[in-house]
Design a protein around this ligand. Structure first.
Ligand code: ADP
Length: 484
């Protein structure tokens, strides 16, 4: 079996993979089993002279090799905060209105990717399988190809792919597409993402779908497939809350757990809860919304705005409905220990996961996994979270429709135990089948099969065609296209 080489913006602490959860557990597992290598930024911001550095610091952790480089402060500002988080993050989440298309960001983004490629090149072996992660690193594969690397290189995008017209608004969209075309396999979270990417490649850069389902673009042939990210289910199952469940407690908790990000739909969630209280006075004093929202990317301006908006909104709703002995919204702007999170999920009757747009949303899966199967809570899930494509037994809502969300809170609170159990059983089955280890295995198997000229096992082109049809788009495939 060939060695696995991972590249991502940050590397996680492999000694604490269990605490990090999500994809890190699966990645740590595969790295140690296949004596892999992981290259990324070490989280440090150094001098300008670091920009010349292509020799990473290397440590061995549990059979894997971790190679890291620092960024200079200019690189941190233009590559990380700038192009990655002020251009690609908002545009890929369909928020052109907050994107900051500043001159110089893209150039530095490219330079950092080039430097990381140069740092990786001497560490590579001829049969390594290379797996590049996320929007910070789109050009990395092409930079490796320019250095003569012919290995299988796959790329996985953890965030959504926007509709073609939105993608086209990025001034450097052609360069990004050229970067994507350097990979043998591009993995995305959902079938809709596959369809959006194929649309864009056809509309924006004259991509052509081949007979075997691959896409030909810029003289290269690439496969695109969906590999929905999962969780490590067992780290959530079986933990029953002791801390929070006091027999005498009479309030029912709705829980929200989201990084404080403008894509998470937090103002809409607060408004919907306020509207619910307005429409249902009988429920006042009987329910609370606990929203845990740890800080993130606080040096990006749009994040300062959302923080102020939420503080004002929670204050307004608490001021309007609160009593001396009841505060309707508990808003906590801090990180919470993972163990506590599992307990709070298990203690909450409704999981309110209502992002305006989200690549997958692991909180939705974690909430379901933490429920008591005999008396499970109800998941309220945005139709615009990638997770909604799999989690059809949740109560699916439109996060822009405050009225609908307010009414759905009532439906969830009043759902009988039989229906809750049935929905929970189906959701948990799906989460178990598509857990984080299955995600990792299926991406790597697909990438390695491409080298052996076998089709990917992820959601293939056919799924993309169906998704396009479901969206009412004309299919880009000719009728005789052989499916993957
Ligand atoms: P995103 O990747 O956009 O942040 P996800 O829902 O996919 O969204 O993943 C978020 C992860 O961060 C989840 O595993 C969740 O448990 C964790 N998390 C979110 N909020 C907190 C918090 N307040 N404290 C600790 N962990 C959190």
């Amino acid at each position: 079996m060939s060695r696995i080489v991972l590249v991502s913006n940050r590397v996680a602490d492999l000694n604490k993979a269990g605490q990090a959860g999500g994809v890190v557990i699966a990645i740590a597992d595969v790295l140690s089993k296949r004596r892999g290598l992981w290259l990324g930024w070490n989280g440090k911001i150094g001098e300008k002279s670091e920009e010349q550095r292509t020799k990473p610091d290397i440590v061995e952790v549990g059979g894997a090799t971790v190679a890291t480089l620092p960024l200079s402060s200019r690189e941190y500002k233009d590559y990380y905060l700038g192009y990655a988080n002020d251009v690609l993050w908002p545009v890929f989440h369909s928020r052109l209105d907050v994107a900051q298309f500043e001159a110089g960001y893209y150039q530095r983004y490219l330079e950092v990717n080039r430097r990381f490629a140069r740092a990786l090149h001497p560490l590579l072996k001829p049969d390594d399988t290379i797996w590049v992660h996320d929007y910070h690193m789109i050009p990395l594969g092409l930079e490796l190809r320019k250095l003569g690397v012919e290995n299988s290189i796959g790329f996985f995008l953890h965030i959504p792919v926007p509709p073609s017209q939105t993608f086209l608004a990025i001034p450097e969209h052609r360069e990004l597409a050229r970067g994507l075309a350097a990979y043998d396999l591009v993995g995305v979270q959902t079938k809709v993402d596959v369809a959006n990417l194929i649309d864009y490649l056809q509309d924006g850069v004259l991509g052509r779908i081949l007979q075997d389902g691959r896409i030909r673009v810029f003289d290269r042939e690439m496969s695109i497939a969906a590999f929905p990210v999962g969780i490590d289910v067992d780290s959530f199952v079986g933990s029953r809350p002791k801390v929070l469940r006091e027999p005498a407690r009479s309030v029912t908790r709705l829980i929200g757990v989201d990084r404080l990000d403008y894509t998470k739909g937090l103002p809409q969630k607060f408004r919907a809860f306020g509207r619910f209280l307005e429409k249902n006075p009988d429920y006042r004093r009987k329910v609370i919304l606990s929203q845990l929202a740890p800080p993130t990317r606080e040096s990006v301006l749009a994040y300062v705005d959302i923080r102020h908006e939420l503080e004002t909104l929670s204050g307004t709703i608490n001021g309007k409905f609160g009593e001396l002995d009841w505060v309707p919204i508990h808003y906590i702007h801090r990180s919470t220990p993972r163990k506590m999170l599992v307990d709070v999920f298990g203690d909450s009757r409704i999981g309110v996961v209502t992002p305006l747009r989200d690549g997958m949303n692991l909180v939705a899966k974690e909430y379901v996994a933490a429920q008591d199967p005999e008396d499970p809570g109800v998941l309220m899930l945005s139709r615009f979270a990638g997770a909604a494509e799999q989690m059809k037994e949740a109560l699916i809502v439109n996060p822009y429709d405050v009225e609908e969300m307010a009414d759905t809170i009532k439906i969830a609170l009043e759902m009988d135990v039989e229906e809750r159990r049935e929905r929970h059983r189906a959701l948990l089955d799906g989460i178990r089948t598509h857990d984080t280890f299955a995600w990792c295995r299926s991406f790597l198997t697909s990438l390695e099969n491409i080298r052996r000229r076998r089709p990917p096992t992820g959601e293939p082109f056919e799924a993309a065609r169906k998704a396009r049809e479901a969206k009412g788009l004309a299919s880009g495939a000719s009728r005789h296209t052989r499916l993957l």
